[in-house]
Every structure is written in C-alpha cells, then in structure tokens.
Design a protein around this ligand. Structure first.
Ligand code: SF4
Length: 308
C-alpha cells in the first residue's frame, strides 16, 4: 500500500541520522512512508509510524524519481528513515538500486527488528546504517516497544561480522527505563565484546512524546555519564545527541586524543584529518567512510517535492 508513496522528502545533514563517521558534512535525501513493526510508546514520529491513513502519504515518487532528485540536489546518499524501512522493504530496495546506478549511497535508519532472510536481502543494498539499540533488556522491548530484544542484537552482529555496511548505533536514554549505570555498562560492554571498539555509539536525549508525556527529558549530565561509562569500557567514539554538549559532538583521535572532527550541532566547525582520513596530529586512521575533504552542507533542512 505504501509502495511509491512517501510522507515527504527532506534534505538533511548526514549528522542528523545520526552518522558521524560516514561522509561528514554531506547532504542526505531522507524519506519514509507510514506504519512500523514496533509500537514504541516514546516514538517521536508517531504521526507517521502509527498512521493507517493514506492521506499521510501525500508525496508520490518512483525509485528513479528519487535517485534523480538526489543527484540533482548533489546528495551523496539517500536515507530510509522516519518510520522503519524494513516496513517498506521492496520500495526501499528498488530506490536503493536506482541510487547505486547514479553513484549515490544508501543509508538505513532502523530499529533492526527483522528476520534473518529479509535482513540479508535488505542490507545488501545499504552502504551505511544507524541501528537503534533501544535498551539492553527484553523487559524494555516488550513493555515499551511491543517487540523483542534478541533480533536486534542479531542484526548488529550480522552487520558487523558479515557485511561491509558502515554501522553506528543510537540509544535514546529514557530516565528510569534504560539509563541505569548497570544497564549502560552491559550495553557498552556487549558492543565492545561482540562488535568492536570502533563502532560509534550515540546516546541521545529523550523528550516527552506520544504516550510518554509524563516522563522528564534526559539531562545533559545523564548523557555525559552514559558516555563516560561506554568510553571506560573501551568504546572509542561515543557521542551525545539532542542536547548542546560540544564535547559529546566532537570526534577525538583515539590515540593522541586531539579533536579531529568538531561540530556545533550538525555543523562541522573543525577538521583535522588528512585526505586519507588520518589524524593530522599523529597520523592514526579514523574508522569510517570519508572523502578527501569535509562536506559543507551545515545545519540546513530543505523540504523538497520530487515530481515538480
Ligand atoms: S521503531 Fe522507530 S518509528 Fe517505529 S515505533 Fe519505534 S520509534 Fe517509532
């Protein structure tokens, strides 16, 4: 029902997906459809993820229309986002193939809640992914998302061990539900042990939404605490999101400790990488996918119509 129809098209900074180690500073054409296979009580896009209304899908666009628009606006990639792209599997794959024909990359922003067979089919067309690891407990997935925890861990292991998809992880910290020291310690230790220390992890701030309006927003201190726990466990690149926190926006070289990519929100403000993405101070390579220079898209958000 949603094939070829979208809830809207927008050009965003890649940092907003969030991806901090994939073509920094570049614009990404982003779109989603309607519906979702999870039912998160804190969903920030609930108007489209919970929608059964075809009216939500005002924008019509076929795969080649989208790829051509991405090329026209000089986007380096297209992101399948807003609702979960495993829901629009066939549409996303057709768009992704059209994008590859134009030399444009594909980015999945997903909860990773998908069975093994469609997982492999879907991710073979993706170049990068941000996977929501919503918590580190079955209790949370069952109570607040109406789903299961284990398939998400399997998706992460699949991506890191069996594909070359550049993968980053986001955890939305919800006060009292998934932000205890013990759970953050378990979550980050599991990433270190099963995925590796080079996987970027983003802790982002919850703001009251959908059916969780009676919860407080996440404090900067709590995000900072999570970041420190994860870095103490060995993760090299840990970020904070949805808040003002320059340290949590910055990429530091894991060997010499110097900042190599500085950001103010989604805007790049400092770049200390050479043309092959090695630290200019100590020449250590930075994990990720980089071009010779930084992009300059900045903080812009540009809504576009595809078929005009
Ligand atoms: S997986 Fe994402 S889009 Fe779907 S209900 Fe949860 S938060 Fe919303």
């Amino acid at each position: 029902m949603t094939y070829g129809r979208s809830s809207g098209f927008c050009i965003d900074p890649i940092e907003k997906k969030p991806l901090n180690h994939y073509l920094p500073g570049t614009p990404v054409l982003s779109f989603g459809t309607a519906g979702c296979n999870l039912a998160c009580k804190f969903c920030q896009n609930w108007d489209i993820s919970k929608s059964h209304e075809m009216d939500t899908l005002a924008a019509q666009a076929g795969p080649h229309d989208i790829a051509r628009a991405a090329a026209r606006y000089q986007c380096r990639s297209v992101a399948y986002t807003y609702n979960d792209p495993v829901i629009f599997h066939e549409y996303a794959i057709d768009v992704a193939q059209a994008c590859h024909e134009q030399g444009i990359g594909n980015i999945a922003v997903t909860a990773g809640y998908v069975c093994a067979e469609p997982r492999a089919e879907f991710f073979q067309y993706m170049d990068a992914a941000n996977i929501d690891l919503k918590a580190f407990s079955q209790r949370f997935y069952k109570k607040l998302c109406g789903g299961d925890f284990q398939p998400v861990l399997e998706t992460l292991e699949y991506l890191l061990k069996e594909t070359s998809v550049w993968t980053e992880i986001t955890t939305l910290l919800i006060p009292g539900e998934n932000d205890s020291d013990a759970e953050l310690d378990q979550l980050s230790s599991w990433i270190v042990d099963h995925l590796g220390v080079q996987v970027p992890l983003h802790f982002s701030a919850f703001h009251p939404s959908w059916k969780m309006l009676d919860y407080p927003s996440t404090s900067v201190q709590s995000l900072q605490r999570a970041r420190e726990i994860a870095m103490r466990n060995g993760l090299r690149y840990v970020y904070t999101g949805n808040v003002y926190n320059p340290q949590g926006d910055t990429t530091f070289c894991h060997v010499c400790g110097e900042p190599v990519i500085e950001r103010n929100g989604y805007t790049l403000t400092g770049w200390a990488l050479d043309s092959s993405a090695h630290c200019r101070h100590c020449h250590t390579p930075l994990a990720g996918v980089f071009e010779a220079t930084a992009g300059d898209w900045g903080n812009r958000r540009l809504a576009i119509a595809i078929n005009e």
